[in-house]
Structures are given as C-alpha cells and as structure tokens.
Design a protein around this ligand. Structure first.
Ligand code: EPU
Length: 337
C-alpha cells in the first residue's frame, strides 16, 4: 500500500471541488483496510467511498482511506431469488446494469444513482418509490477502533428516510465492506406507481414493462432532471425533504394551498424541498461558480471552480430564505466536511 502525500481529491468527489488529502491511501482488500486503520502515524482517519454524498469545504488532515474493494458473488440462490454479495467499492449504477443483464429484479428503480455500493446503506438510498432497505439482507462492516468484523442485519440497520444506524448511533464507528441484497429471478415485483415512471413508460409505448424497461424509464427521468456529475459537479439532492407535524402542515397548506406534499403518517407530512426552494426564487440561480440546478432546485451544482465553502454559503442562504418565507427548516442531505 502506497501512501500518497497531498493528493487532490477533485476527481474523487462528485461535486468536483478542490480539496487536498494530506495523506492518502487506496485499499483493495479488507486486510489492507485493517492495516490502514491501525496505522498509528495518523490518528485521524477519513473514509472515502464514491465521494457522491459529501461536500468538502476544507483540506483533510490525517489519512484519507479510499475504499476500493471489488467483487460481486452469489451467496445463495434458488429458483426464485438470489442473494448477491457486493463489495463496497463496486459502483452502484454498474451493479444495477449487471443485475439487469442477469435479469435480477429489485433495484431497477435505483438506476443511475451516483456513488458506491458500500455507501448506499448509510443514507438508505432511494428513488421513485424504492429504497435500498426493500432489497437489503445485511452488510458486513469493520469497526474503526478495534478492526473487528460485524454483520448488520436489516433490523440492526434501523433504516429510515435517508437515514440508518450509520448516520445516527453508529456514526463514524464502522466501515461497510460489503452489502448483501435479495433480488428476484422471476415474477419481478415491478414498482411503477411513482407518477413520472408511468408517464415515461407510456411515452415509450410500453404496456407490459420488464425490469429493463423500468430502468430505462428511470434513466430517462433522471437524465431530464438531474445533472450528470461528470458534466456538472453535484451531489444529487443537497437537502432532505422536510417532514413536519400535522399542525405545522395545516398552517402551511392554508398559506400555500397549491403545494405538493406526501402524507407519511397521521402526524407527519413530507413537503418537497425542491418546491420550497423554487418558490423562494433560487431555481437556476448562479452565484459565481456555485448554483442551483435549473431543472431540480434540490440540487446544488459546481459550474467549474466553486469551492466547497462557496457551495456551503449558498446552501445557508437558501435555508435562511426558505425559513423566512415558509417557516420550515430544511436540512442538508449531504455530509458537509
Ligand atoms: N419540485 C418543484 N421544483 C423543483 C423540484 C421539485 O416544484 O425544482 C416539485 C415537483 O414538481 C414534485 C415534487 O417537488 O411535485 C417532488 O419532485 P420529484 O419527484 O422530482 O422528487 P423530489 O422530492 O424533489 C426525491 C429524492 C430524489 C429522488 C426523487 C424521486 C430526496 C431528498 N430526493 O426528490 O433523490 O430521485 O425523489 O424519487 O428525497 C437524491 O437523493 O440525490 C435524489 C435525487
């Protein structure tokens, strides 16, 4: 394992901001990961996966460990289903494509989500009516302090909307090394209830969709709304959709009866942050090289040379403005470093 000094992380974060790692190492096996974690020369360790859910606002002291564990294997298989064990460094969308080629169903709605498989459980990635938890069996992880291995079952992960145990009580304590998913081999359970998918399938003139069709529809929707990080730096949704209680919601709806919303439970309503940000006047706005995407106001973008600090400033301006206009607090979904 070679430790590189002063490595620029611009290519390793999807926002494409300049930030340097004082010390950087890539690990290709779980054993290398253990060795890197034990390296006493660097008391502070920073784990870097696909770099798709973080905003780097400063250089990183200590040791940056880049997880490059690769491999996909079958853990269990019968006539109807398969359990795929996927190493953390596998690119998520490549995995989706691989599954579609093998006709394994379950993650087609999660097509084109940037990032690596190992980071997918941390925020329970989700899109178009499906979340990772719907196909999740377990994940393997290494304790950062002890180097000991632990298996997290579905229950232990405590998944919620863009949340898991790895974002709450176990935050920073574990590094996920592999994820096992349960996928269907036939009689796929298609999820086309999300309005835009059905519209897209109709546009494609598909009446009896396959999992491959659903993936194509999702890809078309995402490409029309969300910028490709390779062309325009971004981290997907920068904010979470706020969930408010019934009293606040009724108050809000009386003032903004045209607002879209989803009822989560009797006392919880989710309001699309993109709608709030658009009405606050930020959609498509640019401040230097930091901006708000023109097709989806939830997404902040880097037009080239924005620093992490500039993007963070813009996010604060948006939060304040949304709070002033609607009385609703919106929180970042990405990890601000
Ligand atoms: N909307 C606006 N203006 C905007 C954006 C959205 O008015 O600029 C309105 C839309 O018209 C619609 C509603 O907000 O009525 C919801 O929009 P959309 O269906 O695009 O979904 P979203 O709530 O904005 C969430 C996820 C996305 C995911 C989509 C589809 C979060 C924070 N974001 O966005 O996830 O792809 O649903 O399921 O939950 C990501 O996490 O990076 C991500 C892209």
């Amino acid at each position: 394992m070679q430790i590189i000094e002063n490595k620029n992380l611009k290519q390793l974060n999807t926002f494409g901001v300049n930030a340097f790692a004082k010390h950087f190492v890539e690990v290709n096996t779980v054993e290398e990961l253990r060795v890197a974690l034990k390296d006493n020369r660097f008391p502070d360790k920073f784990i870097l996966g696909g770099g798709s859910n973080m905003l780097l606002t400063k250089d990183i002291e200590g040791l940056v460990i880049h997880i490059n564990l690769k491999g996909i294997s079958i853990d269990f298989e019968d006539e109807n289903s398969v359990h795929l064990k996927v190493m953390a460094g596998e690119n998520w969308h490549q995995l989706v494509l691989n599954c579609l080629e093998n006709n394994y169903g379950g993650i087609e709605n999660l097509s084109l989500i940037p990032g690596n498989t190992g980071t997918a459980p941390i925020q329970n990635i989700g899109a178009y009516g499906v979340e990772l938890k719907d196909v999740f069996v377990s994940c393997e992880a290494i304790n950062v302090e002890s180097g000991k291995h632990k298996t997290f079952s579905l229950e232990k992960c405590d998944f919620g909307y863009r949340s898991s145990v790895f974002k709450t009580i176990e935050k920073g304590n574990y590094i996920i090394t592999s994820v096992t998913l349960q996928l269907t081999k036939k009689d796929h359970n298609l999820n086309t209830g999300y309005g835009a998918i059905q519209d897209e399938l109709t546009k494609m003139q598909v009446t009896h969709p396959t999992i491959q069709d659903v993936s194509k529809a999702v890809i078309a929707i995402r490409q029309s709304k969300l910028p490709d990080p390779k062309e325009l730096g971004n981290s997907g949704s920068f904010f979470k959709n706020p969930v408010v209680d019934k009293a606040s919601f009724e108050n809000f709806l009386a003032r903004f009866p045209e607002a879209p919303y989803y009822k989560v439970s009797e006392n919880a309503y989710k309001i699309p942050a993109g709608w709030l940000i658009e009405l606050a006047g930020f959609k498509g706005k640019r401040f230097g090289d930091a901006g708000v995407h023109e097709n989806q106001a939830l997404v902040l973008v880097n037009y080239g040379n924005a620093s992490g600090g500039e993007i963070l400033e813009l996010s604060k301006k948006i939060r304040q403005s949304v709070l002033n206009k609607f009385g609703i607090a919106i929180e970042p979904e990405v990890n601000v470093i």
